[in-house]
Ligand binder design. Structure first.
Ligand SMILES: O=C[C@H](O)COP(=O)(O)O
Length: 316
């Protein structure tokens, strides 16, 4: 990631404690945003390629192995078949934004991605629930960084949000940020657990004040993962933080996004709400384990006029 880190600032609750977000209004705004702004057909392929550049290609499963991670990394280096890249007239093969894995897989990912320029992101802090003693969560961050992780995706203690204990949430995230050292930190809010959009806004603001470089919706393991209304709420918090501080924070929707259509919807949201800077991998990432397959399918269709059998795009 090229832009400056977020240094954070002291906890400032009056930036958010009177905020009320109305869910029906957020849902209406989300729907109208997507209805009005369809992407022109001739531009769709370029937007889909851009989604690949902004993707944290992810595997976070109990049956992950070093072999699976190595295969995923090969896909990150060469996300689409040569004939598709050629058919699109690309002068070079696009790469994914990062590969995202569990801490014990960071070493394997680093080896498989050597000399590729693709960063390795590791989840940490007792992902996905985060219900471990703080010293163990911090030790997990240090382990992942020591293994070579370039980016750390932390999870927050949801109970601090339910209790409105913003100081505890701030302290936890600020300590995690310190443990990350030079690794960029993404703060996963697990929005599907947070009940209200007002909580989502407040937790977003606390995470940014505590020094998160990115705010991220979900682990992929909650009952509800990335949605457009939740993303809109987080992106508004991010914009408000930028207006007050001049600092640009990244956004990562994650979990449950599977299609090229999802890839377009979220990019429309970013462009309309924040502008083109948030269509670059230093400020925008998709967290997705299975979206690349459909994107490759759509691009193949764009190039050849037909869909390949789905087994040809089996990985990711
Ligand atoms: O951060 C990434 C998510 O865990 C991926 O979720 P997904 O498997 O639903 O795409």
């Amino acid at each position: 990631m090229s832009h400056d880190r977020n240094a954070g600032l002291p906890l400032t609750t009056d930036w958010f404690d009177r905020i009320q977000i109305n869910r029906p209004a957020a849902e209406r705004r989300a729907a109208s945003l997507l209805a009005r702004r369809s992407v022109k057909k001739e531009h769709q392929a370029a937007w889909l390629v851009n989604a690949i550049r902004c993707m944290d290609l992810t595997t976070l499963a109990g049956d992950d192995t070093e072999n699976r991670v190595a295969r995923l990394c090969a896909k990150a280096r060469r996300p689409i078949a040569d004939h598709i890249a050629e058919g699109l007239g690309l002068t070079e093969m696009p790469k994914t934004g990062a590969v995202c894995v569990y801490p014990t897989m960071v070493g394997a990912a680093k080896r498989a991605l050597s000399n590729s320029g693709i960063p390795v992101a590791s989840v940490a802090t007792g992902f996905p629930a985060g219900l471990m003693p703080l010293d163990l969560r911090l030790a997990e961050i240090r382990y992942a960084v020591d293994q070579g992780a370039d980016e750390i995706d932390i999870v927050i203690t949801r109970a601090h949000v339910f209790d409105g204990n913003w100081q505890a949430l701030y302290d936890e995230i600020a300590t995690m940020r310190e443990a990350c050292g030079d690794a960029h930190m993404k703060a996963i809010l697990a929005t599907g657990d947070l009940v209200t959009l007002s909580n989502v806004y407040k937790a977003s603001m606390v995470a940014m004040q505590a020094g998160a470089d990115f705010i991220k919706t979900s682990t992929g393991k909650e009952g509800v993962n990335a949605t457009i209304p939740v993303s809109l709420t987080m992106v508004r918090a991010l914009r408000d933080y930028g207006d007050r501080t001049g600092v640009k924070i990244g956004f990562k929707p994650a979990g449950g996004m599977k299609t090229g259509k999802d890839a377009l919807s979220w990019q429309i949201l970013m462009k309309e709400e924040l502008g083109r800077d948030w269509l670059e991998p230093d400020l925008f990432r998709f967290g997705a384990s299975s979206m690349l397959g459909d994107i490759e399918r759509q691009l193949e269709h764009y190039v050849t006029g037909r869909y390949a059998a789905s087994h040809r795009h089996a990985i990711a």
